[in-house]
Design a protein around this ligand. Structure first.
Ligand SMILES: CCC[C@H](NC(C)=O)C(=O)O
Ligand SMILES: NC(=O)OP(=O)(O)O
Length: 318
């Protein structure tokens, strides 16, 4: 695999899920696979789970890890090819990516969107420039439009939690937030649930929050949240800013916050969120502190998702 930025980079989602669950059972079975190899993790934005779980995963495979907060510790990067660099950018991504590609065997990078220029964000200019110039495999730690390590984790979590023979009903619901957030997590969740193909998938959000159909595929779109939640087995809660009115908050209706009352029509649904979560804005305390919230086991599975991806890259698969 030369990159892991999308479900499209994975030949088989079920196989990758099984590899991750095997690592969960035997974390150190490939402890020498990454010996003498270095993972470089480049952050242009904050992170807790992605930063820490991916380091643990690399360590489980015997890799060395270097973490670089390039937004704070590096030079201001120029991302546009052909630019005359007489402004505030000190180094072109051509050199920065190529130099880091000399130091690392695998490069992982987080590049959030600017949420100002839809075309630039949805062309994934930033991560694609690193892929173009790094010269080593690149793993997304969340890019402008997708978060594949999170979404692989979410599929792993649903598969390990679901013990019934029928297909689970999985509902992704929008919830309010005080800041405009990327569409990356919901885009990616939709892409991976569709790619996994083993759930009945519904997406519910206010009008004006439709996601890019290239990611939502054949998911059922329901504007009535209560109707969508009827009979749900898993409820994946996430805020995102409008794609249509790009980067904007066009709904401030706090009744979309997930509460126990909202969930009364579900099938005692397990509640998921990628974290970080704004308590009592996105999801009420009573839900997060209740028996059906699985956000911590979900976050724990980030290690096994990352370990499966890194090992497949080290083995030259995917
Ligand atoms: C994993 C989530 C990262 C980011 N969240 C925030 C708060 O920026 C997002 O919503 O994409
Ligand atoms: N879910 C997730 O990616 O968390 P961080 O942003 O803290 O890495």
């Amino acid at each position: 695999m030369k990159q892991f930025i999308s479900v499209d980079d994975v030949p088989s989602v079920p196989r990758l899920v099984d590899i991750a669950l095997d690592y969960k059972k035997q974390p150190f079975k490939d402890r020498t696979l990454g010996e003498n190899k270095t993972l470089g993790m480049i952050f242009l934005n904050p992170s807790l789970r992605t930063r820490l779980s991916t380091q643990v995963a690399a360590k489980n495979l015997g890799m060395e890890v270097v973490v670089f907060n390039i937004d704070k510790e590096g030079w201001q990067l120029e991302m546009n090819d052909g630019a005359i660099m007489n402004g505030n950018t000190s180094e072109h991504v051509k050199e920065a990516a190529a130099v880091m590609g000399q130091y690392f065997d695998i490069m992982a990078i987080r590049t959030f969107p600017g949420l100002k220029d839809k075309e630039s964000d949805y062309k994934e200019k930033y991560i694609n420039q690193f892929i173009k110039y790094a010269g080593v495999p690149v793993v997304s730690l969340e890019s402008a439009t997708l978060h594949p390590l999170q979404s692989l984790t979410d599929v792993i979590t649903i598969k390990e939690q679901w013990q019934q023979p029928r297909r689970p009903k999985v509902v992704m619901t929008w919830a309010p937030h005080v800041k405009p957030l990327p569409q990356a997590v919901p885009n990616s969740f939709a892409q991976w649930i569709n790619g996994w193909g083993e759930a009945d998938f519904v997406i519910t959000h206010p009008e004006g929050y439709e996601l890019d159909p290239k990611f939502t595929g054949n998911a059922q779109i329901e504007y009535d949240q209560d109707k969508a939640l009827e009979g749900a087995d898993f409820v994946y809660v996430k805020n995102w800013s409008s794609y249509k009115d790009y980067g904007k908050i066009t709904c401030t209706d706090s009744s979309w916050m997930v509460t126990n009352d909202k969930l009364k029509g579900t099938n005692a649904a397990k509640i998921m969120h990628c974290l970080p979560v704004r308590r009592n804005v996105v999801i009420a305390d009573e839900v997060l502190d209740g028996p059906n919230a699985i956000v911590i086991p979900e976050a724990a599975n980030r290690v096994w998702a990352a370990q499966a991806v890194l090992s497949e890259i080290l083995k030259g698969n995917i």
